[in-house]
Design a protein around this ligand. Structure first.
Ligand code: SF4
Ligand code: SF4
Length: 72
């Protein structure tokens, strides 16, 4: 069962746009193509594909990515 469902408020990955400098490291390391750079900031393009692997969090040197573990 997917952890992300359309229509609810779950956001598996949250980008802090204040901290993000658009370096693109998170986009490169994500194995599932969840993230992309838009207007020089990372955005969560396909949240339903996120597997919470944490690779993007580790890749971000600005601590701009958080994984929200809330179930609702
Ligand atoms: S937690 Fe993993 S799957 Fe989810 S966006 Fe980050 S790198 Fe991609
Ligand atoms: S790795 Fe961090 S600073 Fe770089 S684009 Fe991703 S969220 Fe932004």
């Amino acid at each position: 069962m997917p952890l992300y469902k359309k229509g609810n408020k779950i956001k598996m990955v949250k980008i802090n746009k204040e901290k993000c400098n658009g370096c693109g490291n998170c986009v490169e390391v994500c194995p599932f193509g969840v993230l992309e750079i838009k207007n020089s900031k990372a955005v969560v393009k396909h949240p339903e594909k996120c597997r919470k692997c944490g690779a993007c969090v580790s890749a971000c040197s600005n601590n701009a990515i958080k994984i929200n573990m809330e179930k609702k």
